[in-house]
Design a protein. Structure first.
Length: 371
């Protein structure tokens, strides 16, 4: 089993922007040094709490200082972008990072971004995402002249080309035929998971849903893969969790008990943004019959965080894996470094003490099942 990092990022907007950007960069440099296999960075515009508007620009600043880790977008919100810009920017970044890019895509998830980019119709965002990525793939597979007709975007470059000088031709990614494509998954019995299975994309399950929802992600993904005649590979599945590994259970509990701690701000932010949208609380519910009033901050911390000493976290991760089934990469969610030493220590303990034993457990289970 591999270990990755997911960063929305999410910080108290009252903190200094330059400081949190620097901490976010430090977190990925540390992840690289600790042997994390990949780091996923979110994209948000109309919020100062999630202040990375371009994950590609942010990740480009880390290519040399994090030389081994793979870089992922978590995610590029495709309905908000022209396919030609995505095709060009991703191809450039894939060359700059030496083919270490994982192309996470999605329909978007922030209400203020929907309003900003006039993508407020939830029924339209999924089809827009699919049209955008389909157009990007056609551009990468083809050569000039381009004439790709679509419902929302038309790609035409044919009247002004000078191929002897390269004018009119789009650059292609370093990875062939293109970087691996991934998509984020949150809702129970997710349609996005089924689409990912149909296309053979990497499924990336969100950290802010209870385990009972996560289990349905693989079921939907496998159903999509089966319908398309593909064999679903659980080794592709990335599962994100909010994890705090402390030197003792008491230290972890003391941190979470502080009403000002970054982890509480994180889940309070998610909770308050969910209340804006009809049905926004549903992803947080462990059972479909839960009332919205039962989704409290303490419930979210208990259901969606794995905290404690290395032995406690290991036990909880084993139980979590038993509940959802086998997966390939555990993706630790990066939280605000309101206590920098605590969170840096958490990353080290997870990588160096918990993961080797978790990997041994997963290997033993695989041998026992004959897989």
């Amino acid at each position: 089993m591999k270990l990755g990092l997911f960063m929305m990022p999410l910080h108290d907007p009252r903190r200094d922007y330059a400081t949190v950007l620097n901490e976010d960069r430090q977190a990925i440099v540390l992840a690289d040094r600790l042997g994390f296999s990949e780091a996923w960075i979110g994209e948000h515009y109309a919020t100062t709490a999630e202040g990375i508007t371009s994950p590609l620009v942010f990740l480009a600043s880390l290519i040399d200082s994090a030389p081994s880790i793979r870089f992922g977008t978590g995610v590029l919100n495709l309905p908000q972008h022209h396919p030609a810009r995505i095709a060009g920017d991703v191809a450039l970044f894939d060359h700059l990072c030496g083919g270490r890019f994982l192309m996470g895509i999605g329909p978007g998830g922030l209400s203020t971004d929907f309003e900003l980019f006039e993508r407020t119709d939830p029924a339209a965002r999924g089809p827009l995402m699919l049209e955008c990525i389909d157009t990007v793939l056609k551009m990468w597979a083809g050569t000039a002249p381009y004439d790709i007709a679509g419902k929302n975007w038309n790609i035409r470059v044919k009247n002004t080309i000078r191929l002897d000088h390269g004018v009119g031709e789009m650059i292609k990614p370093l990875q062939k035929p293109h970087p691996p494509i991934a998509t984020s998954i949150a809702s129970r019995n997710s349609h996005s998971a089924r689409v990912a299975g149909e296309h053979g994309w990497i499924p990336l399950s969100a950290n802010f849903v209870p385990p009972s929802n996560v289990r349905t992600h693989w079921e939907a993904y496998a159903a999509g893969a089966d319908a398309a005649g593909r064999r679903p590979d659980p080794g592709l599945w990335r599962v994100a969790r909010s994890i705090l590994v402390a030197d003792s259970d008491a230290q972890a509990a003391d941190y979470l008990a502080d009403p000002r701690c970054g982890a509480r701000f994180y889940f309070d932010y998610l909770y308050r943004n969910a209340t804006i949208r009809p049905g926004g609380m549903n992803n947080f519910k462990a059972r479909l019959d839960m009332a919205d009033t039962a989704v409290t901050l303490d419930y979210m911390l208990d259901a969606m965080m794995i905290v404690g000493s290395p032995s406690t976290v290991l036990d909880r991760l084993v139980a979590f894996g038993d509940e959802i089934g086998p997966f390939g990469t555990l993706v630790m969610t990066a939280h605000d470094w309101d206590d920098g030493p605590l969170w840096r220590r958490s990353m080290a303990l997870l990588a160096e003490e918990v993961m080797p034993r978790l990997a041994q457990h997963a290997e033993a289970l695989a041998k026992k099942s004959g897989k």
